[in-house]
Design a protein around this ligand. Sequence first.
Ligand SMILES: *Cc1c(COP(=O)(O)O)cnc(C)c1O
Length: 220
Amino acid sequence: MNDAVAQLATVRAGIAAAAREAKRPEGSVTLVAVSKTFDADAIRPVLDAGQRVFGENRVQEAQAKWPALRQEFADIELHLIGPLQSNKAREAVALFDVIETVDREKIAAELAREIARQGRAPKLYVQVNTGSEPQKAGIEPRQAVEFVERCRQVHGLAVEGLMCIPPADENPGPHFALLEKLARQAGVEKLSMGMSGDYETAVAFGATSVRVGSAIFGSR
Ligand SMILES: *Cc1c(COP(=O)(O)O)cnc(C)c1O
């Protein structure tokens, strides 16, 4: 078996076990396979194995790979998980099914404009910088609930979830707990949290999707 396909099965089993452990229903956690830096030939076996939800962190890279793969596999769901520049909003709305990195007013306004213009509405998550790291994207936790509200009221955007990337050198649990609390306060259902190193913990804290790259495709 292809390495990535074997590792995909391992990750799926890990998610299922963590969900069982947390007494969460089977199928309540979506695996987003993060395929950034891997080309179509590396991705295709994972598609053949039935995986349909993928994450990419760059708009241009995703544009180069996914339209052709979508010709082969019609029901692909593509998530943007990297920072979005406002001059890429048009391409992002055209290509992605979920944009997980809405984190400032200007992006919200651009997305609203493009959604109206294209008549295509990707699902939207707000990225929260739970560790308040200066170099990291995401809205500050104390502004998150108000920002979700402004996305809805001012820009007419239907925000469905929150996303976070905890600081690399910290225990992720408190960050996942904070994101879950903010989601409840903001009235959003989806929680995108957990990566290769901590997806089982994220499931225990209520993740509805986990973004796993290297544990499936290998190191980048
Ligand atoms: C690359 C990336 C991931 C996947 O990271 P791994 O550690 O390889 O699983 C998840 N989320 C975001 C936002 C990423 O950029």
